[in-house]
Design a binder for this molecule. Structure first.
Ligand code: SAH
Length: 347
């Protein structure tokens, strides 16, 4: 059976016409789906007969809350969702001045193998479907009661490793008949899959591309991020330049500050040289401690000095505010802890 919530309005309309239903019915169903109904029986403006017909044609899934943690400090809420097949993924709701932002996952686990990241420790389990990505936005909004205006694809997984699904998700969440979240309110973060960055540039979307750079030299970056052995720093930065030239959208670079690894003044100088000529913004992130990793966060003074060097040379740089630090609100840690506690025999 088809997963109805992964379908666009155009596809649903085509199906409905083939089923002998009028076009406007597809619009009604689409808008119910994008309000987060959990069954066809909640679609009260459809006849009982039509609801039964739909049940025979389509599956309608939704996630359940496996765990929910609320930060006492800043109102950040972290959800661990259980999917239909029992796998779990995380979303984090952050309340910013510019609106409520949800950070969502694109895969169960991650194949990219970055040395500092908890999401990749067990490898890739599977990719999410478009509806599983949409559901994270829908049900975070429903469960929290907070209207969501911004989305970041920075949770578990590599969005560009699940390219077609992510594009379909963007189309769904952007639909005027659905959540209608504008592309300018969406950020997509990648570890730097260059061929996919070029493909994304051609889609010419107005979203913000965030690139996880973390180091300006191949020597350090290849140790931290295996993708760098496929696409070097210079290859990646050239793609970022092309991306800007095609879309006109400035790139946001993420840079996790790791003590003694990528945080020296000399490294800042190399970074400044490499970013010259690229319309960039650098987001410095104090590394989140991951129990399994020997890497440690830089000292706050080191982060500030690094930021100042970038700013002084004309590169806008911000230090990311740490939200939800009391609830482990980062990068696959909740899923990992949960699976360890709930899987007998697993380390
Ligand atoms: N796969 C995508 C998106 C998911 S990770 C990507 O690589 O961009 C979201 C961001 O968190 C990335 O910049 C990632 O490098 C960073 N990150 C992962 N683990 C981290 C940690 N322990 N501390 C700080 N940032 C981390």
């Amino acid at each position: 059976m088809k997963d109805i919530k992964s379908m666009t309005l155009a596809e649903l309309t085509e199906d409905f016409l083939a089923l002998g239903e009028p076009k406007f019915r597809a619009g009604q169903v689409f808008s119910w789906l994008h309000r987060g109904v959990r069954s066809f029986d909640e679609m009260t403006n459809l006849s009982k007969a039509l609801r039964e017909k739909l049940k025979g044609q389509y599956e309608l899934n939704y996630p359940t809350v496996a765990r929910c943690l609320r930060s006492q400090k800043d109102g950040t809420i972290k959800y661990l969702w259980r999917l239909k097949d029992g796998n779990c993924v995380e979303s984090v709701l952050m309340q910013y001045h510019h609106g409520n932002t949800v950070c969502i996952s694109s895969e169960v686990g991650c194949p990219m193998g970055c040395a500092f990241c908890a999401s990749t420790l067990g490898g890739l389990v599977r990719r999410l479907t478009p509806s599983e990505m949409l559901d994270q936005v829908l049900f975070t909004q429903i469960d929290s009661g907070l209207p969501i205006s911004n989305i970041v694809l920075m949770g578990i997984g590599e969005p560009l490793d699940n390219y077609d699904t992510v594009l379909r998700f963007l189309e769904l969440v952007n639909s005027p008949e659905g959540m209608n979240i504008g592309m300018r309110h969406i950020s997509l973060s990648t570890c730097g899959v260059v061929d996919k960055i070029d493909r994304l540039a051609q889609e010419n979307l107005q979203l913000t591309l965030s690139v996880s750079l973390h180091a300006p030299t191949d020597e350090v970056r290849s140790q931290l991020m295996p993708i760098n052995r496929r696409y070097s720093v210079d290859t990646l930065l050239a793609a970022c330049k092309r991306y800007f030239e095609t879309t006109g959208r400035r790139i946001s670079f993420e840079y996790a500050m790791i003590r003694g690894v990528n945080d020296t003044p000399q490294t800042a100088d190399i970074l400044i040289r490499k970013l010259r000529g690229i319309a960039a913004h650098v987001n410095l992130i104090p590394l989140n401690d991951v129990a399994e990793s020997p890497l440690k966060p830089s000292e706050p003074e080191t982060v500030r000095a690094f930021q100042k060097k970038l700013e002084d040379s004309g590169i806008p740089a911000t230090v990311r505010r740490t939200l939800g630090s009391d609830i482990n609100a980062s990068c696959g840690q909740l899923r990992r802890n949960y699976e360890r506690e709930n899987t007998p025999g697993k380390e």
